[in-house]
Design a protein around this ligand. Structure first.
Ligand code: GTR
Length: 397
């Protein structure tokens, strides 16, 4: 009987899709994490020791950026012929006393083709503008066509009460989150040459492109202070927010919530979600080159602390949840701890995380970087926002 049971379990397991099978095998045992050999932030490819902001910006930062573009996320194309903004009036403003609602259709044209995405922007009615702005990349909103919907993880009311303008867009109005149709947005419409390239644009980069177009709207808006801006993303959108900010220095603060593998967490730890698992479940997120590292993290010429380093000298915030081991909270913190050395050593913005991961008992908010870990599961909650806003207030106001 026991043997029969075992046998049926093996058959059942072998019928599971590969991604699920790998989740079952995910490592959650710290003693099985390989000893870490991470590429050095401060040694260039030619062996030069990087010591000054000029050396960082002229030599090492471009090298690291290029590695991520080529090996992980693909290029976010920056060129287009025309951008235009048109206000729509489709949704009822849920907070008419507190804020103005702008539903903006952003149309971008390139080589005779065009694509339109929708952002929803709330601007406080109380207080004196121009207002700092917080953008949420949203892959979970109810309407994939971008219409406004209530979202528990986008606390509009609280944000406008605190004096922020806030916007969000549905990721799907830029690129569908689907392995077969992800290119049926800006990629096919505007940048079709990216499709066949091994380092071409994929969904995470496309969503980042969308965030950059939202920023194009903010910079020309008289009621928005775009220099005081934060980009926020949870999970897959958190990965996207980090890569966006590496591409676009217009974001004053970057906040990734539980972004995990391919986001803030170190890949070489192979704890929770791994490169192979993410590339198998979501082959449309990262570029084709990244698949070379499936079950082969040792040969990655980079790790995610280097992605975080690209955001300096602008502020960076990383958050984790204890119940989200899939995203490897310790790997997210270590990556921030190491990546923030650029803030401290190159830009003299005191951001050294002295506390060991195991001893963290409260949020750590430093001059230009912050971290918190809360109880509970994978989600962007008011608790996360509330703690993040304390950090943001210090940076932006
Ligand atoms: C999971 C995925 C994670 C994370 C998450 C999410 O299934 O494995 O990398 O992105 O989805 O976006 O909620």
């Amino acid at each position: 009987m026991k043997i029969l049971l075992k046998f049926t379990t093996i058959i059942a397991l072998s019928l599971l899709p590969f991604s699920l099978l790998s989740q079952i095998k995910a490592n959650y045992d710290e003693s099985k994490v390989p000893s870490l050999a991470l590429p050095d932030l401060f040694v260039s490819e030619s062996g030069k020791i990087i010591q000054s902001a000029d050396e960082w910006e002229d030599i090492r930062r471009p090298e690291i950026f290029q590695l991520f573009q080529q090996e992980v996320y693909g290029e976010i194309p920056k060129d287009f012929d025309k951008i235009s903004f048109k206000l729509a009036q489709e949704s009822l403003n849920p907070y008419p006393e507190l804020a103005k609602l702008e539903e903006v259709d952003i149309t971008v044209e390139r080589n005779g083709n065009s694509h339109t995405m929708r952002i929803n922007l709330f601007i406080p009615r109380v207080g004196k503008g121009p207002f700092p702005v917080i953008l949420l990349i949203n892959h979970r909103a109810k309407y994939p066509d971008g219409r406004l919907s209530e979202d528990e993880y986008w606390p509009v009311e609280e944000l406008v009460k605190r004096g922020y303008a806030t916007a969000s867009f549905h990721a799907e109005t830029v690129a569908p989150d689907n392995k077969d149709t992800y290119h049926n947005g800006i990629i096919s419409n505007l940048y079709p040459e990216q499709i066949e390239k091994p380092d071409g644009l994929k969904a995470l980069g496309a969503w980042g492109w969308g965030a950059m177009r939202a920023m194009d709207y903010f910079v020309q808006h008289p009621e928005i202070d775009s220099e005081k801006s934060a980009i926020v993303g949870h999970s897959r959108s958190g990965k996207s927010a980090l890569w966006t900010s590496a591409n676009d220095p217009r974001w004053a603060i970057t906040y990734s919530n539980e972004s995990g593998c391919g986001g803030a967490a170190l890949s070489k730890r192979k704890y929770g979600e791994t490169v192979q698992v993410i590339n198998t479940s979501f082959p449309h997120w990262f570029n084709e080159n990244f698949k070379k590292y499936n079950n082969n993290e040792e040969s990655l010429p980079l790790d995610q602390h280097m992605l975080l380093s690209l955001i300096a000298p602008r502020a960076l915030y990383v958050a984790s949840a204890k119940g989200d081991q899939w995203a490897d909270p310790k790997g997210e913190y270590l990556s921030l701890q190491i990546g923030s050395r650029v803030q401290t050593d190159i830009y003299q913005k005191n951001s050294s995380f002295e506390t060991d991961f195991e001893s963290i008992s409260k949020p750590i908010h430093l001059e230009n970087a912050g971290y918190h870990i809360r109880e509970g599961k994978h989600s962007l909650k008011w608790e996360d926002w509330g703690i993040f806003l304390e950090f943001a207030a210090k940076i932006l106001q």
